[in-house]
Design a protein around this ligand. Sequence first.
Ligand code: FRU
Length: 408
Amino acid sequence: MLPHPAAPGDPVWHVAPDRGWLNDPNGLVVVDGRWHVFHQYHPDSDRWGPMHWGHVSSTDGLHWRRHPIALAPDRLGTIFSGSVVIDRENTAGFGADAWVAFFTHHAGERQHQSVAWSADGDRWTKYAGNPVLPGEGPDFRDPKVVRLPDGRWSMVVTMADHLAFFVSSDLLHWTPSGGFRADLGDAVGNWECPDVVPLGDGRWLLVISLSTGGPAGHSGTVVVPGRFDGAHFEATGDPVPLDRGPDCYAFQTFWNAGDAHPVGMAWLSSWRYANEIPSAGRRGLLSVPRRLRWDDGDVLRTWPAVSPANVVERGWRWVVEEGDAVVELAGGGGAVRAGVSNGEAFVERSGGFADGYDGRFAAPVEDGGSTLIVVDQGGVEVFAAGGRVTVSAQTFVGPTPHVRVHVP
Ligand code: FRU
């Protein structure tokens, strides 16, 4: 098949597959200063299919190199989303400093939590006792593991409309400890990819991805502030959107990137059209690594955790301004305007490439402050008002669009 004229070329700063299909970031971990990103991957087609874990890594969190496929389907099923921890003290018995991956085995109408381990992140061995948490139904997935302050391990798993918590002392034997339920609205779809994130001072953030809970029926992600003890998550404020754009989903934080100010990445797409968007033989990209801060007054701030040495590379750019700035892109039959102006952070897209693609996605910006627009092949990320508002979107303007920046 010919590439679609609006399909992007290789992103400069964003993780994207060489071929095939990518969705959620998985197993985010920093080891010896290197950022490792595993991700949902279907190497044989640019549509979602039997899931694997792909793997890329980077020394600066911006330029990525490919590693071999980490996990492939086996007799227990295909490999859905999950997380990685470094087991410094050998609690599981795979050796000190082993990388331990938790993922969902997806087998038709059943989903189970399973384990794999590695000494180097490249060669993985699936645990012989899998699954470590057998499931009974079709929605029991996306294990995220974190260490509690008392030394126990905690796992959170989604069950479509609520979360289940488990605890363990050895990463292999898990006991149910509690759950989380909340009314997040009628139109949110499935809860997916939960993350319980320590802020290092007794406060925690709960991140939940909602398959149709974003703007205009797109996938979306919410963040809930609260307290967590491994059994109960007690919300201390209302859920806030992580991002106001159509494409920011399955956000997960890194193991080892600094607990007090957690850093994570999202899939820059939406289930509403992920399989239909323009393709040149591959679909999907991830956000740049973003640092979350939760300020007094329940204000969430999000800002890139990394920044490039040169803000222009191969014609793509980071636009950094105080206050208003707008970028315009056009090519391949598509057009995009994005940035901050007239008291709003926004992305506007046209081209008619998929149902739900065209439109204006905007949020008010009240107090001014710094603006950063990351403009790359395949996507724009607008950080406004010092990170109090972000708007992220995939963009289809071909590999060599016309790019203009306006700063009033
Ligand atoms: C979220 C999700 C996860 C699942 C994975 C499958 O985008 O639906 O819940 O593990 O994608 O690829």
